[in-house]
Design a protein around this ligand. Structure first.
Ligand code: PLP
Length: 300
């Protein structure tokens, strides 16, 4: 059962609608491209981070936790969403941040501190150590009422939330596409999607070959209707170039939809490139998920 407080938060959200993308290329190739707008859910609690947090927070509330402790980088969409929801739920929150305390805080860090999240800066080796604590009651949640949420943890609960994306799509489609960081969102989609849908994850990082195995571990049953494209990382995680920015800018001009360059921008660039290279058949319908995350790309 969903805690009424979480239900109330969800009721305040906007609908994650499906919108069709129009472009001369798509017309010429007779391919339909639809965007599932998880970016619209909420201006702060963005896209797939809410999907992943929902049932984890439900678990934490069921345990009567008072404090959620988690981890992330200085631009983390996860911490940004968590800090805000924790504040809304009247929970304390603590974050272990990778790296030394910076002189100037990123917009993300400013926000989460403002929302009352306690920040603890840790070295890369300490950070790695934290990552290995996978259960909610493991270090550093050593006090009663503390709930530990590691970077890749409580995945069964995260997968449950991601599956709701599939339930919301009320049209037939051939392809489902999503950007990949840890691959958890991709795994949740594979678990929930029909087996005749072809699912592609687009790695946001360089050397994402290991992701395949990570995703396989998260699947309820083995399946072969999915793959991970490793070709559009643009040099590495959060690396960008002019080609990518020009693409995002023209996409915004034509569609009125803002993208960010770490995840969804790269995936959509990839899709247009692959469509132009006839990697999709005429008549096919693609649904791509806009995972949100625009907060990580502000200048102030
Ligand atoms: C975290 C994040 C992802 C990656 O999700 P994974 O489940 O880690 O693969 C994709 N898009 C955005 C905007 C994110 O914040």
């Amino acid at each position: 059962m969903l805690n009424p407080k979480l239900e109330q938060i969800e009721n305040s959200f906007n609908v994650s609608s499906l919108c069709q993308i129009n472009s001369p290329l798509l017309e010429q190739k007779h391919v339909e491209l639809w965007l599932k707008r998880d970016d619209l859910i909420d201006p702060v609690i963005s896209g797939n981070k809410w999907r992943k947090l929902k049932f984890i927070l439900n678990h934490a509330l069921a345990l009567n936790s008072q404090t959620i402790i988690s981890m992330g980088g200085a631009y983390s969409n996860h911490l940004h969403a968590l800090a805000y929801v924790a504040k809304t739920l009247n929970l304390n929150s603590i974050a272990y941040i990778r790296g030394e305390q910076p002189e100037n805080f990123s917009p993300t860090l400013k926000d989460i501190q403002h929302w009352g999240m306690q920040l603890r800066f840790v070295s890369r080796s300490e950070y790695r150590e934290l990552r290995s604590c996978m259960q909610y009651n493991q270090y550093p949640a050593t006090q009663t009422g503390e709930y530990w949420l590691p970077e890749v943890g409580s995945t069964e609960l995260a997968l449950l939330g991601v599956a709701e994306i599939i339930a919301e799509i009320d049209m037939d489609y051939d392809h489902l596409c999503v950007p990949c960081g840890t691959g958890t969102t991709l795994a949740g989609l594979i678990n929930a999607a029909k087996k005749n849908v072809r699912i592609t994850g687009f790695s946001a990082l360089k050397g994402g070959g290991y992701l395949k195995q990570e995703v396989e571990h998260l699947l309820f049953t083995q399946s072969s209707n999915w793959s991970i494209n490793l070709d559009y990382h643009f040099g590495g995680f959060a690396k960008t170039n002019n080609t990518l920015f020009q693409f995002m800018e023209s996409f915004y001009k034509l569609q009125g939809i803002a993208l960010e360059p770490v995840y969804t921008g790269k995936m959509l660039y990839a899709l247009f490139d692959l469509i132009s290279k006839d990697q999709f058949k005429p008549g096919e319908k693609i649904i791509a998920i806009h995972t949100g995350g625009l907060q990580g790309h502000r200048d102030n």
